[in-house]
Design a protein around this ligand. Sequence first.
Ligand SMILES: C[S@@+](CC[C@H](N)C(=O)[O-])C[C@H]1O[C@@H](n2cnc3c(N)ncnc32)[C@H](O)[C@@H]1O
Length: 487
Amino acid sequence: MQLPELFEEKMKHLLGTEYEDFLAGYEKERHQALRVNPAKISAEEFLRISPFALQPVPWAKNGFYYGTEDRPGKHPWHESGVYYIQEPSAMSVAELAGVQPGDRVLDLCAAPGGKSTQLAAAMEGKGLLVSNEIHPARAKILASNMERMGVPNALVTNEPPQRLTPHFPSFFDRIVVDAPCSGEGMFRKEEQAVIQWSQDNVGLCAARQQDILEEAAKMLRPGGILVYSTCTFAPEEDEESVVRFLLKHPDFSVKQVEAYEGFAPGREEWVKLTEEEKESVSAERLEEILASVKATFRLWPHKLDGEGHYAAVLEKAGSRDDRKSRERTDRSGGRKSAGKAGGATADAAAWKLYEEFAADALTHCPEGIPMLFGEQLYLLPCLLDLSGLKVLRPGLHLGTVKKNRFEPAHALALALKPEDAKRRVSYGADSREIRAWLSGESLEADGTEGKGWTMVCVDGFPAGWGKLAGGSLKNHYPKGLRKNLES
Ligand SMILES: C[S@@+](CC[C@H](N)C(=O)[O-])C[C@H]1O[C@@H](n2cnc3c(N)ncnc32)[C@H](O)[C@@H]1O
């Protein structure tokens, strides 16, 4: 592999005698992994039924390496959100966030959604997850992945971080900043990262990371946890980014968390500060900050089975003192969706249509606060003032209300359990039917009784909606998702 000359020189200088091992790492086979979605199946059960050659990723509860011959992205289970294909080192970040069900969590740089879907899994559908992405096209991919994984309690926004801050001051329990970076750790995976690499870009990324961290700091509640990560080796974007942030934020410190085997400590000696920066705090504080860098993590491809990554867990001083605001925003969070539809006539009419659909097609309804946006009906995880924000998904998309008819959303099918649907048909992953279905074909449904909205499953995992009538199952798999999977 042809690495940028300047990058090689820099790494040689940084790593000294370890450099040859580091270079040899580029010759190692690249490890690929998937993360099982516990909302769909337990890891134990997945291991039992999986056709893939799986080995656990040591640092991720539901993470597994798969074999070089395996193609999980071409398997129909992928379309049902049974797993998410994710680079193994990247799985460390959400684990470090220690998210609990019921937390308020922000993933500030979230697309395509690896960390967000992992955070969502830890939240078990409880609490609020805000997944934000600055780039519009990437934000759409993020929204689609959140739907595929059946996440019911997430808002997907498309904003620069500073536009979110006024809406969420001291609001979140946990924030993940998986920062845009120079991507040195992904050279083996993404050729583009090699082509675009320059030392100037490293500097630009480092400056941008400070801007993003500033906004994150304002949105984190006292006592909250901020996980900062990159997929680069550049100390300017790793240890230095953390140190610069800590110099400006006396209320933050590095939290000691347990390292997994193969995780290496951050390197204090690689931090280069200006005299002005060094003098901005007392000598004791400077020493303390620099020493604390050892409790941040470097994931090196030559030391573990994964690509290059860096992660730091930062804690904001203080304790939760936001009971009042929490009561205000969470007041209706647990309300059954069978409640009122926000009061407005259009909302009430839409809600009635949804209820008629639910009475006919569902045995169980998801919970949340119903809200109509144009023709789209959503269930919100809690009430928030989102005015002025670009919101792609304000919560779980229930469906579309058109000309006095309700059409259930694909997202709803993926967020439900199979037993939540009164009518369902299930095809095997190897069947001709499921491949035809995912490519957009309607199916013969001889022997399937009933009429109306029917959940279509693959091996029992919800995959979308069909409409049953006269022995035929009309395809309502979204046009944008249709694909021909190889058999
Ligand atoms: C490392 S990627 C995130 C990967 C994602 N967390 C995941 O696990 O799938 C960084 C993201 O930050 C976004 N980004 C770029 N510039 C940004 C900025 N100024 N503020 C916030 N996010 C930015 C990029 O578009 C990119 O999607």
